[in-house]
Design a protein around this ligand. Structure first.
Ligand code: ADP
Length: 486
């Protein structure tokens, strides 16, 4: 029997993306389709999404209206994302505004984010419990705090109408915490205002409510699933995670190999495979010129990242003089904290021709960095899964990563035993400190200088299994188990 799943996400590639959540939500429908799961994605009707689905023409049509969705008029559009069904919540008062999905053009969060994503989740809960006659779902699957109220609305729904729900944590650091004044607007029963409900430290905790209400919880790597049981990584919700015990599952992300395949990537000057690694040279030259770097013999490190404390970018900044001192170079693409942005721009000024920095968000350039760089640096303090190291593996851009979360699970450190076995795919280091990162850079440069060894590491990475195969099945099995338990 085909299992029908409503995937509730605030972003999904290629329509709207600010980070890894979009890659995963975009790839999941195809990943589970192979296991007899029919997934429909629900997205908010931001301008970019409305533009892509059209506003009535083509195959898009309105399938439902809410005269008042938590006070806002809204309607539901039905269309497609890639080969899969898409539902778009068109609530102009909440989502049709210029800027990003979560904030204005200056990066400031929208003041009404609580109401915006509560309404999104309310709509999702309605749809999942059969409010739209033409749409039937067996499971509601919510991603991150923006969708996390959906399991809570379902839990407090009248008996018998709500399907089982799954809550996936893509990053525990973002929790959606809003003032108590939001609660009366949610239309939830009084009993929901409780520690066993949506109340969290005197306010409404969206992720907390989702974690407390969902039938099952998943996060995006086995190591992160263990880490969030501790106060160091649980960000205050570790007690709740521990209490949910074996209902918490770690399922590692795959990559969408239709988007990320060096053999067919149209963003690259030269496509290549593990057998034609020499063809990467042209991509590297193109990068050197795009970033104003000296054509060089030393390794070219790359970074594609939000510039934040989580990503260890402050530590990387402190290691740049050392990196250049080894004869290596760096090309960095990213945006985020203003102080870090300024720090990287200043470092590029100090090391002209050795460090190139592009502040901003550029999808094509991110592919070019993977396709031409020698090694990608990911020194995260915590990393639920991480995707850039997976793209690095697929592209022969050797990942150099801290040993945490999904980074620990997906990269095999080039220690002597792994090298001897031909299993090494990258470099790992323990604590995210200046010394440990400098050490990892030194180890990487030494490996790089042994050309045959380096190519073996590149090839082992390119051959490793970073597809959605196993993880798509893990989600399908989880859905089936929940339906059985019902
Ligand atoms: P997170 O979701 O925490 O930011 P991930 O590694 O899971 O980190 O996913 C980040 C995604 O965003 C990857 O697809 C990466 O290539 C992309 N990305 C990050 N920064 C940029 C940027 N400045 N330009 C283009 N893509 C970026």
């Amino acid at each position: 029997m085909t299992i029908r799943v409503l995937s509730i996400a605030s972003e999904a590639a290629p329509l709207v993306k600010t980070g890894g959540l979009a890659d995963v939500a975009g790839a999941l429908p195809a990943a589970v389709a192979a296991h007899d799961v029919a997934m429909t994605t629900l997205l908010p009707g931001y301008p970019a999404v409305m533009g892509a689905v059209g506003t009535g023409g083509g195959k898009t049509r309105a399938v439902h209206t809410w005269p008042s969705l938590l006070g806002e008029p809204a309607r539901l559009l039905s269309g497609t994302i890639g080969d899969h069904p898409l539902l778009v919540l068109d609530a102009p008062g909440l989502f049709r505004r210029e800027g990003g999905p979560y904030g204005d053009a200056t990066g400031r969060d929208w003041a009404d984010n609580g109401l915006r994503f509560a309404a999104f989740a309310r709509a999702a809960a309605d749809i999942a419990s059969g409010a739209v006659k033409s749409l039937r779902f067996d499971i509601a699957h919510a991603h991150d705090w923006q969708a996390a109220m959906a399991p809570a609305f379902l839990r407090f729904a009248p008996a018998g109408i709500a399907p089982p729900s799954v809550m996936t944590i893509h990053n525990m650091a973002f929790q959606g915490h809003f003032p108590a004044t939001l609660f009366p607007r949610l239309g939830l029963p009084d009993e929901a205002w409780s520690i066993n409900g949506v109340e969290y430290h005197g306010g409404v905790g969206f992720l907390k409510a989702g974690l407390d209400s969902a039938w099952a919880i998943t996060t995006v790597s086995p190591t992160y699933a263990r880490e969030i049981r501790s106060s160091e990584f649980g960000m205050g919700l570790d007690g709740l995670i521990r209490a949910r015990g074996n209902q918490v599952h770690g399922i590692v992300n795959g990559i969408d190999t239709r988007e990320w395949n060096p053999a067919s990537d149209r963003a690259l000057a030269n496509t290549y495979s593990a057998r034609t690694l020499a063809r990467r040279a042209a991509n590297r030259t193109a990068l050197e010129s795009a970033f104003g770097l000296e054509l060089g013999s030393g390794p070219l490190f790359v970074v594609i990242s939000r510039l934040t404390w989580q990503k260890g970018m402050d530590v990387l900044l402190s290691a740049l003089d050392h990196l250049v001192g080894t004869g290596a170079r760096l090309a960095l693409l990213g945006s985020g904290d203003k102080a870090l942005e300024a720090g990287f721009v200043a470092a590029a000024g100090r090391h002209p021709g050795r460090i190139g920095v592009r502040i901003g968000y550029d999808e094509a350039l991110s592919h070019q960095l993977q396709g031409g760089g020698d090694a990608i640096l990911v020194p995260s303090r915590f990393e639920p899964c991480g995707l850039t190291q997976l793209y690095g593996l697929a592209y022969g851009c050797v990942p150099v990563v801290s040993r945490t979360g999904g980074l620990a699970d997906t990269v095999v450190d080039a220690n002597p035993a792994a090298l001897a076995a031909g299993a090494a795919t990258g470099v790992q280091f323990n604590a995210v400190t200046h010394e440990a990162l400098c050490d990892a850079i030194d180890r990487t440069v030494a490996l790089y200088r042994n050309g045959a060894l380096w190519q073996a590491i590149q090839r082992a990475g390119m051959k490793s299994d970073f597809s959605w195969g196993r993880s798509g099945k893990a989600y399908a099995d989880l859905y089936a188990n929940l339906l059985e338990a019902r």
